[in-house]
Design a protein around this ligand. Sequence first.
Ligand code: PRP
Length: 547
Amino acid sequence: MKSIDYGRTDGRRDYIFGDAELRRGICEKLISLMKESGYKETVTPTAEYYDVFSADPTRPMGNSVYKFTDEQNRLMALRCDCTVPIARIAATKLADTPLPYRLFYCQNVFSAPTMGNRLTEETQCGAELIGTNAQNPLDADVEILELASKSMEKLFGLNFNIEIGHGKLFTTLAELYGIGDETAETVRKLIETKNFASIETMNIPKAFKMLPKMFGSASEEDLAGLDAIVSETGSEKIKQIIDYIKSIITSLKEKGYGDCLSFDLGLVGRLDYYTGIIFGGFVKGLGHAVLLGGRYDNLTANFGRALAATGFSVTVDDIFDLLKDKKNEATIAAPARPIRIALTKGRLEKKTIELFEKNGIDCSSLINKGRKLVFPLQNGKFEVMLVKSRDVITYVERGVCDLGIVGSDTIAEYGTSVYELADLGFGACRMALAGPAKYKNDPDSFFGGYSKKIIATKFVNIAKRYAAAKKADVETVSIEGSVELAPILGLADGIVDIVETGDTLRENGLEIIEEIFPISARIVANIAATKLRKKAIDEILFEVFKV
Ligand code: PRP
């Protein structure tokens, strides 16, 4: 039997001594606020019938749910979400209780890791306001957003940002322009990741291309900018959505949270779950949202009773990470540091320096770098760090760097939770399947026959996705460099690798079998930084990159 290391909890956490106290303190602060605000605690079972979670087609739970059977062979699931069980209770057990319901929870959720090293057990604390007037959701949404803002304030003072979007904006646009479901999902994903470069190349109405760029502060000037999408579409429904976002922000400004608010029309969310506003809360020092919420008027109907509903939740473990270190606490409130750019060493480094110099930036320290790794440029206005391509994604994803310059091959292989702000155009090459000359330009013969093909690559995820799209039985072998050797020495039938000039393939007697996708250098951005430091990032994009 494989021995277990009992000191490691792999994706779950032990909280010990002071850590446990800090964690408990965070929960207590949030709970006392929710109680003071008139919300009542709800505790739901750790295990529910699986059907409770799978009842809602708009929230596919996929493989991330831990499932098991109970003593009567019924399929059960560990609680993977706190809102769904509360919707079940509201629709069933509370049928005789007068509306509306103000409920809060502080309990753990369990989910298999679907990305990187996310925790598989997390504590979430949240509030749900269920059963208010569906025709007039404004007061309920303002109440929930005020409670979300107060929760953040209690933990971080006024050093946070809540960003507001609308779950119906994208679907309304898709209906208006009649784009099909498949295209809609592709466009939605590109908007969600602010992938400006790919959206620009698509043949879709201009309104979709405008969405990811439409984010800003709660200032009157920025809010007035929202009207551009109304003029572009000429749609009354879009006007109502924009007016609603403006009313929400105006009401919250009156409650003193104007400086902590922003809007983002690119916050498009999952297609059907959110039926009104959606929002996320961000704090300096954490690369992703610490708070998430929105209106979900269709959820309780899955349990037999339609009720308008709005709510939010915060992840206590994320807050713990932010507050456990006094240094972090100082960072949250500190004046902003210079914008940091992680730059891929090697070929992209040279091209980026050329671009900087062309745009009038003195790069002498970066050119004569010696063994240094951090380079303040433009009198310290921004800093450049030289790192390996994979690490650009890690530094930017974690928020240690705000921006990164990296090839689209690396993003396709690893990057899922960064924004992709621009295509720099340089570093152009191709991802390709290559192998012996007999397969030249003939993927069908390469994948044909009954025997499994072995592909050597540095890009295992890309190769696997490519093979799956070809419906081919393929085994991938991970190789760190000089991948061309693998088919020459008989380790693999072919390779999936970058081809720039094609010299390496030619000199080793290999040919391109099929090009998979074109590659170029991209500017990626940390999600939280684009909200919290929009102005500074915009300045760098404009002055330093001229995009
Ligand atoms: C890349 C790639 C190919 C080569 C292609 O390797 O993996 O081997 O460049 O370029 P070409 O088409 O211009 O010949 P890199 O030089 O980055 O070194 P590595 O193989 O050690 O990763």
